[in-house]
Design a protein around this ligand. Structure first.
Ligand code: HEC
Length: 166
């Protein structure tokens, strides 16, 4: 019985800290994240996201038809699509670095690394690895959105204990 109480207490404690994390992440987004970017930069970010999504969606038909070459080309484009690599003015680069926290830059880097891996395994025509890296990439999309784009995708908000799911 004691053990049961202990477990219940522990799990409700971790639910609280999870909710706190989400709240903190949300406040961070507001204070220093994308919502602080100038309209020009934010617009560039949106364009890049849409291009990313188009690229990712084109991979499914290519995968099911064994068009490895197309996957390689698309993954290569995604890999090189760094917002940070576009023709930005010096001030815009400064703005990006001061508005976006290091964790954002890290997540972006990791994502582009995965795109490079996808390019590589598509070049080697390895379907099972293509599938693996593709799914790692979709996880990386959602992983960044849950931290930095909850305002855009409220459905990603972690479910807290007081919400009932039926
Ligand atoms: C490093 C962080 C990061 C990664 C990785 C990332 N996104 Fe995003 N994404 C964002 C942020 C931040 C926004 C919200 C931008 C805003 O509010 O202006 C966003 C917004 C979007 C949007 C909405 C654009 C609009 O119409 O406003 C789409 C679609 C999208 N992302 C798709 C993707 C896909 C698909 C991937 C993966 C292949 C991906 N994103 C990876 C950070 C990321």
């Amino acid at each position: 019985m004691k053990k049961l109480i202990c477990i219940t207490l522990l799990s409700s404690l971790s639910a609280i800290s999870y909710a706190e994390d989400a709240k903190q992440a949300h406040e961070q987004t507001k204070a220093s994240g994308v919502e602080a970017l100038s309209p020009e930069l934010r617009n560039l970010l949106t364009q890049e996201m849409k291009a990313l999504q188009d690229g990712m969606m084109s991979i499914i038909p290519a995968y099911v038809s064994g068009n490895w070459h197309e996957i390689e080309a698309t993954a290569g484009k995604i890999k090189n699509s760094y917002l940070l690599k576009q023709n930005l003015t010096e001030n815009q680069i400064k703005e990006l670095h001061s508005s976006l926290p290091p964790e954002f830059i890290e997540k972006d880097k990791k994502f582009h690394y995965l795109a490079g891996m996808l390019e590589h395994v598509a070049h080697n025509k390895k379907p099972e690895l293509i599938n693996f890296y593709f799914s790692e990439m979709t996880e990386a999309c959602a992983g960044c959105h849950v931290k930095f784009a909850i305002h855009k995708f409220p459905g990603l908000k972690p479910v807290t204990k007081d919400k009932h799911i039926h």
